[in-house]
Design a protein around this ligand. Structure first.
Ligand code: GLU
Length: 483
């Protein structure tokens, strides 16, 4: 590694990877790559009730799919492991002991009900809800009695009544009053470490230099700084980026539509497009450029360019970018990526001629917004899926259209040779014989050939379909329209 910049992405496996978290991962990854530093993946799974190993698997898969490769992590190890918090419990116990020995921590025997009651009373009195320190000054005898009654203690940190100040690399100077915060739990009564405690120990032991995460963690940072100071650990630099918001400016959630990386993946978004979009969101690149490769994003990445105010998630913009990535992808690359989507739409790619299918993709790729649309888009190239749409049927019943189709179809019956030449000659012949031109000439041909009124360029379709298929379709139309 080129320098000592060490950053981490530390998801809790309590759900599918949300695009907001993916953006946090991306920021950390871009920072590490820009600095020539190290990108760590750490799994924060100490909240057993909310952690699920299936989510852990999908998190890793989604990050890999996005191309955000980590240098140290639970699956590949590294010099600072283990990288799953559930495997670091001895370290937390050791550190709890240090704080206990320094008299900076005390056991708290309050029950959930008692704490809830305190919260309610404070809220009613219009005071900030927080723990008022009931167990802070219990005597030894009182503690023994509570323990003997079967109560399991949690451990609370004695919050110093000082002001916590720090400089955030995105938001500038920040200030939190210790007085406003109650003594917080660092180890829960089930023995598991609380988030703020575990994260400080891990970030310190893993030599994390920069903590880059969402602004929803700002107040946690104040608590974490208290712990850094209590341990005498050097603090990392902090950068809190804005959150992704829906159009209504509320935090992006399920009610806004798709929010997980997995959903976008299933809908046929390309990882490059999603990464590009998330990189663009809430920051801007030189010259207003919008389509950037990973390397360009890494080169241009700077925390100082990240915006402080929330970034609105614009799915239309993401779709636009996705369409551009599909359009610019090589047909061979698309061919490989489209395979599961073709299967999902009922095609059997292994039964199709690969060269022919690539020719089809070449023609339709400019019209795809997502990979999942491929089934509908290529249907017109399959005789067994050919059907006249209602609009196409309507259009073909007009006398002028019938004549064009009749003349064009007759020409095809006699034609021989190269399909490209035949198409051009058939159009010329239909134009001369029927007198139709422009839309009046091309729309009936399109309607008969494809069953639809819109689609890719007709000459390209004709060449890929070939003469036999074109003949069959015109014959079918003649039958349907009782020529
Ligand atoms: N597990 C925490 C979360 O997913 C990590 C926050 C942090 O980066 O410190 O929100």
């Amino acid at each position: 590694m080129g320098n000592n910049a060490r950053v981490r992405f530390a998801p809790s496996p309590s759900g599918e990877l949300h695009v907001g978290n993916a953006r946090t991962a991306l920021f950390n990854w871009m920072f590490a790559r820009h600095e020539g530093g190290c990108f760590i993946l750490r799994i924060e799974d100490t909240d057993e009730s909310r952690s699920d190993s299936a989510y852990q698997t999908s998190l890793l898969e989604d990050l890999k799919w996005l191309g955000l490769a980590w240098d140290e992590g639970p699956d590949i190890g590294g010099g600072y492991g283990p990288y799953r918090q559930s495997e670091r419990l001895a370290l937390y116990a050791e550190h709890l002991k240090k704080l206990m020995d320094a008299d900076l921590v005390y056991p708290c025997y309050c029950t959930e009900e008692e704490l809830e009651e305190e919260r309610r009373t404070l809220i009613l009195a219009k005071r900030m809800p927080r723990y008022l320190g009931k167990c802070r000054n219990l005597g030894g005898k009182e503690r023994e009695a509570l323990a003997a009654s079967g109560r399991k203690p949690s451990y609370r940190f004695k919050v110093p009544q000082t002001t916590i100040e720090f400089h955030d690399l995105i938001r500038g100077p920040m200030r939190f009053e210790g007085e406003a915060m109650g003594d917080f739990i660092i180890v829960r009564s089930n023995g598991m470490p609380a988030y703020n405690f575990a994260v400080v120990i891990d970030d310190h032991l893993m030599a994390v230099s920069h903590v880059i995460r969402g602004e929803d963690h700002l107040s946690n940072t104040a608590l974490q700084i208290m712990l850094y100071r209590a341990f005498g650990f050097e603090e990392p630099a902090f950068a809190h980026h804005c959150l992704i918001l829906g159009r209504d400016h509320a935090k992006l959630g399920k009610r806004h539509g798709s929010v997980s990386v997995g959903e976008f993946r299933k809908q046929g978004f390309l990882p490059e497009a999603l990464i590009n979009y998330l990189g663009l969101l809430g920051s801007s690149f030189a010259g207003g450029r919008e389509i950037l490769s990973r390397d360009e994003m890494i080169g241009a990445f700077s925390l100082s360019r990240a915006s402080k105010s929330g970034a609105i998630f614009d799915e239309d913009k993401l779709r636009w970018l996705n369409a551009a990535y599909i359009r610019n992808a090589s047909t061979n690359d698309l061919f490989r990526r489209l395979e599961p989507f073709l299967r999902a739409s009922g095609y059997r790619p292994e039964t199709l001629d690969a060269v022919w299918l690539k020719n089809v993709l070449e023609i339709v790729k400019g019209e795809l917004t997502t990979l999942a649309e491929v089934g509908d888009r290529i249907a017109l190239f399959f005789d067994e899926r050919y059907a006249l749409s209602e609009e196409a049927h309507m259009l073909l019943t007009a006398p002028g259209a019938r004549e064009v189709v009749g003349v064009f179809g007759d020409y095809l019956k006699r034609a021989q040779g190269d399909p490209g030449d035949i198409y051009a000659a058939a159009i010329r012949h239909a134009k001369e014989t029927s007198g139709a031109r422009g839309k009046d000439l091309f729309m009936p041909v399109r309607a008969a050939l494809t069953g639809q009124l819109k689609g890719p360029e007709l000459d390209r379709i004709f060449v890929v379909l070939g003469l036999d298929s074109a003949r069959r379709r015109f014959a079918q139309v003649e039958k349907i329209l009782n020529f």
